[in-house]
Design a protein around this ligand. Sequence first.
Ligand code: PMP
Length: 333
Amino acid sequence: MVHIRNTFIDSIGNTPLIKLKAASELTGCNIYGKAEFMNPGGSVKDRAALSLLQDAQEKKLISKGGIVVEGTAGNTGIGLGLIGNSLGYKTIIVMNDNQTQEKKDTIKNLGAELRLVPAKPYKDENNFVKIAGRLADELRPTNNNGVVWANQFDNVANAKGHYIGTGKEIWEQTEGKVDGFVCSSGTGGTISGVSNALKEKNKNVKICLSDPKGSALYSYIKNGELKSEGGSITEGIGSSRITKNFENAKIDDAYSIDDHEALPILYDLIKNEGLSLGTSCGINIAGAIRLGKELGPGKTIVTILCDKSDKYNSKMFNKSFLMEKNLPVPSWL
Ligand code: PMP
């Protein structure tokens, strides 16, 4: 075991699996969460950010003094900003203005440039992803060290980071005894990389998408139609389209999870297990519980603990916000 790392980049990945007690007891399964919140930028997206930047370096698209532009729900921006700082890149983040203030502040406070834009659907020319792509094109002639659009949604270097990291680690940590893997999808990088890594080892590992309301991916997996209904306060997950990363995922089944099912799981975890997790984790763990009930006792199921609740204080612990939406409120608020 190497304890000293030369840069913080070397501490991305190799996260532990944590047994989720209540979820395991409820199902009779061993349900483990991969503690991605322990990455240095605080989320699963550090892996994607690193892999996207390594891809740009390998393709000689950027060198010290260059600029990285990206459209993100926040976590990828945090990862890119931190790694970019350590490599001498400037980072420009384009983000929807409806994301939490906590994520906006984190991005600004690490020295990245933050451009907030009104949330628009992907088909709109002013969708944040498309704005980021155009901005990189506009800036490219102005910088000799390279201007890169990380393009996490459609650059499969994202999924590669999870294939060589997250997925391989889950296989090794469970000593190949994993029966199921469940997670949500934003870019699709995690579910694509992990599903390919696990299925390559054992095609019988069941892979399930856990999709929030308002996303069209559940209906796509169930009947091939991109259709959505309802909404969710979760951030960073759900999609109205099939990204290049998602396209390669090997998914057997899907669950559609309501915030009413996801939030109590998160509040119980804080109160009873000392785990304080972000909103997408609620969707993931709810899906893992559903799969556990389906597969029956004795199985091993893994999900992703993407980030911590501290990025969502203004939503998860905001009593009037929750009550306005008729959502459950933690008992201690
Ligand atoms: N949870 C959170 C909190 C995220 O920020 C993201 C990334 N947008 C995801 C889950 C989804 O991960 P992926 O992009 O790999 O599908």
